[in-house]
Write a protein that binds this ligand. Sequence first.
Ligand code: LMR
Length: 400
Amino acid sequence: MWKTETSTKQAPKDPILGVTEAYLADENPEKINLGVGAYRDDLSKPVVLKVVRAAEEKISGKQFMEYLPIGGYKPFNEKSVKLAYGEEAQCIQDGRVAAVQSLSGTGSCRLFAEFMKRYMPGAAVYIPKPTWANHHNIFRDAQVEQKSFRYYKPETKGLDFEGLMEDLQGAAEGSVVLLHACAHNPTGVDPTPEQWQELSKLMLKKHLYPFFDMAYQGFASGDCDRDSQAIRIFLEDGHDLGCSQSYAKNMGLYGQRIGCLSMVCSNKAEGSAVESQIKAVARAMYSNPPVHGALLVDNILGTPDIKQAWFDEVKGMAERIIDMRTLLQDNLVRSGSSLEWKHVTEQIGMFCFSGISPEQVDSLAKDHSIYMTRNGRISMAGVTTKNVDRLAAALHKVTS
Ligand code: LMR
């Protein structure tokens, strides 16, 4: 029977990607987009990395366009896990890492959530409060029970380490704990190495499974090894763990949807079985992943001098963001604001969790054409030497 009217209601706008729509609709030439976490140069232009352009030339016309296997391009997976766990990681040498190419960070998290639903029945996932908004959608759609743990302390605009430890102390054995490996999104607040060590010990004792979302490797400190130190600490302690990697930010491959899901298992046989089951999930969802991004990343990571040039480019992007933090803080002080803005430089990675209210965010959009997510998250990548004074003045105005 034909439907004469639909009962489907309009879905709400995405809290992050919806900001871009509002920004695009604004006709003010001075408008500023601090919404989505996508890198921009000091002229507010999107950036294609030089190493990516070079890799494009290398693969152009030479590569196949056949289907990849369900698990993706194996050389890419092998290089990705080395980037995450370390070139000499014991788990890789033991052959106990299951790894598949994924549709960037969202895709890896989604695959993992689906795997969790099937093979960790009844387990809940503990998610930091707050987290990247899409984490909630991902685990909801996989029908995995979500619980939260304290993470951010509004009073200090820093980590609530005591709250975090207390909440995880109370988590049921076998639960999964979602951790941001570095550059926590949205707060820009990461535990110190000593705090990661304490957390790792607690999770071992309580038999909690760590799942690291690493969307910003290289973007926090500018050093890819340093940014995966949390994962290395957990590995050192003997954890089995999962890891989602994305090359959207650190290689600027946003639209290529290229990432890797890996799970460090207890032994080789388990690694192989887990990988086969993740592939079974992928086959039904999207069959196999796209080829182009995998070839680009493989090319970059597989050529030592290009890999070094990539490290330098990531460092350059991280440093520009760090510079913008200092500049924003200086401008806020200069604007006459009597508020405390030291968190702007204390936080790390792509985002600054400004602490302004949803209503103040609305005023920024309405009165100043400055756009950010309603939780007050500023994508520092959108701040430039040209717009920082206008931003600081507007922030001062809406918070006065
Ligand atoms: C963000 O948090 O802005 C990015 O991770 C982009 C996205 O997909 O939400």
